[in-house]
Write a protein that binds this ligand. Sequence first.
Ligand code: PLA
Length: 486
Amino acid sequence: MKEQKKKVARSERKVAETPALEFCGREVRELGVGVGTMLGACFVDGRGLNTLARHFISALEPMASNDGISASPTAASDSVFNHLVRAPEDPILGVTVAFNKDPSPVKLNLGVGAYRTEEGKPLVLNVVRKVEQQLINDLSRNKEYIPIVGLADFNKLSAKLIFGADSPAIQENRVTTVQCLSGTGSLRVGGEFLAKHYHHRTIYLPTPTWGNHHKVFNLAGLSVKTYRYYAPATRGLDFEGLLEDLGAAPSGSIILLHACAHNPTGVDPTLEQWEQIRQLIRLKALLPFFDSAYQASLFCGFASGSLDADAQPVRLFVADGGELLLAQSYAKNLGLYGERVGALSIVCKSPDVASRVESQLKLVIRPMFSSPPIHGASIVAAILKDGDLFNEWTIELKAMADRIISMRQQLFDALQSRGTPGDWSHIIKQIGMFTFTGLNAEQVSFMTNEYHIYMTSDGRISMAGLSSKTVPHLADAIHAAVTGGA
Ligand code: PLA
């Protein structure tokens, strides 16, 4: 017992003498012995505790055996991150990185889906500028944290915008909406919520889809599978393939649907096809997760051009009383890209479930980004709340949409006039910001190298990045790529 006390004293001295940042092998081992002995001393002769002490020492062994370990940064000859390989650039945002490095005066960025004016400049909507001014002038406003779920007004108005003011789900308090970091953040929060609380952890994505979907849902903890969507031969929807694949998905699977203006193909189901998809999804008890990154954007090109028309597919699903998730983005339709404004809505069967769902969403958000930013959501709430501002927004939206539609026509005409081989009618038929040209990766890299035209390697071009001035240059490049330049 005496000997044990001595040992404890010795080890305690040793621990006290050990400089905190110099746990070289021996000190670590002795610290282990010391702690083990201390435990042993407290419970004399406890065999279990000796085992525990041995265990403790062996746990420290790998650390201790590396005599070179030092926490002193100056002593390390190499970076602790030396093993890292360079990650590839993002397939979409990396296009802008490459574009920025190109000194050519004729360079053209048709990669990311961001609206540009006829002069090729980014656009801040007038209505946004006006509201921002009002917000700045309002000295009663502050920069306090907002609630975990975001601004209440923003959430209510966002739900109304997508589901409709008279939506029964909203009236019956069956919808929970939480403000998130734009569309991407909303998808991620929804994905993590499902991975934690939903009984089926597989999500089906259309082929092709926005490239980031795979990464977002994988990292959220879901397993990702795909369903057929696009038929390259017809440049249209592979409706048979879609129905077959959704029909074969196990009951309960999550199905990601682009609410409108499918990215990258610009091919959407007709309303009748949506109705068939809805019936199948409900019949098989699949769970729809809508990605609405282009809603309320006349970009969607519905003939009526009405904000509500763009949301019709989603509303079909809400009308049947079933449950769904929906991620909403204000990046494109309000030009608030960098403000990161979006929302996740979950339509539930009852108000009670909706409120419990919301309580759990808070537990997903709090450790992820704590609470969302205030500025962009305040802009959106102000515009959605005020009839006049709302009308101003729709007028500006229409101008953006008209410019994109005119770019489609001009590009199509330019290819026709050059006699470029092939059928290019999909340029005017496709919907949304993008044209899925059908150009292959080799042709794309030819156009980048020879014409300084930047686009994603799948042949997608952002029509919003084009202008009347740049159409001829693009048409020349496509013509050269198709006629053997590449
Ligand atoms: N969902 C789809 C289908 C998208 O196309 C995009 C953006 C998002 C979600 C996310 O948008 P947000 O987070 O900015 O709200 N797609 C862009 C940009 C426009 C990008 O890749 O980030 C694109 O060029 O495809």
